[in-house]
Design a protein around this ligand. Structure first.
Ligand code: F6R
Length: 244
């Protein structure tokens, strides 16, 4: 496990974007696994800037996203489709046909999960997967539980995730209660993982994930078994790493 200590949120984004940019330069048709939420926004801003300055070309890059809310269509401004479009895809020269996100309004969610898993396999797997971490240790929407779910699946969101995500919605009652997410096995197959973590509020869960026991009660703890994980975090988020 590599740890980069960032001076602040902006610096965290710059470091993570450099790692992603290196991949895009070395492998122009790479498969990037992407995340939504607050953690990766500054990373995406840096990638957009370097694209605008002519340093990056995304024309052959493919992307797969971790998850999508069930029940939200692409044009819903709270959907992860919408987020990716506004925060990254519409601002770089990526071919939208090469971007994949689970369909939250599909008719058959089980079939959608199987298809998504196959899509990732057919793309040749994920080169770099970007992750955030939930306050409860979730990665993607793999919530704490009794076992690790391997493949892409439909998940009921926990109360803590719904509470954490209500900040993006007008009212907590509008936060979807389920989602489609890549499974733990899907994420673990990525060749490289970058986890972005900032703020004191994540210090405890980050330490439990990487210094505590490997347990499905802290889904991110499985990453201790991944051979190529890079944590990019600010000082506040790293503050408890030596305490456990
Ligand atoms: C997002 C995702 C989630 C978030 C996590 C952290 O696609 O899968 O696991 O990465 O909830 O969210 P933020 O970054 O908003 O703190």
């Amino acid at each position: 496990m590599n740890i980069y200590k960032a001076s602040d949120y902006e610096d965290m984004g710059r470091i993570a974007a450099k790692i992603i940019a290196a991949e895009v330069v070395l492998k122009p048709d790479c498969v990037l696994g992407l995340a939504t939420g607050s953690s990766p926004v500054s990373t995406y801003e840096h990638l957009i800037k370097w694209y605008e300055e002519g340093y990056l070309d995304f024309s052959k890059v493919k992307t797969v996203n971790l998850d999508e809310y069930v029940g939200l269509s692409e044009d819903n401004d709270q959907s992860y489709h919408y987020f990716m479009d506004t925060c990254l895809f519409s601002r770089i020269n990526i071919d939208k046909n090469n971007t994949y996100i689970p369909d939250g309004v599909c008719k058959d969610a089980e079939a959608e999960c199987d298809d998504y898993e196959k899509k990732i396999e057919n793309l040749g797997g994920i080169d770099i997967q970007v992750l955030g971490i939930g306050q409860n240790g979730h990665i993607g929407f793999n919530e704490p539980g009794k076992s690790f779910v391997k493949r892409t699946h439909v998940v009921e969101l926990t109360k803590s995730t719904i509470e954490a995500n209500k900040r993006f919605f007008e009212d907590v009652s509008m936060v979807p209660t389920s989602a489609i997410t890549m499974g733990i096995g899907t994420i673990m197959k990525a060749r490289k993982i970058i986890m972005l973590v900032n703020g004191e509020g994540k210090a405890d869960i980050l330490a439990r994930a990487f210094k505590g026991d490997i347990t499905p009660e802290v889904p991110a703890s499985i990453l201790q078994l991944h051979p190529d994980v890079t944590i990019v975090a600010d000082e506040a988020a790293l503050s408890r790493m030596n305490e456990i």
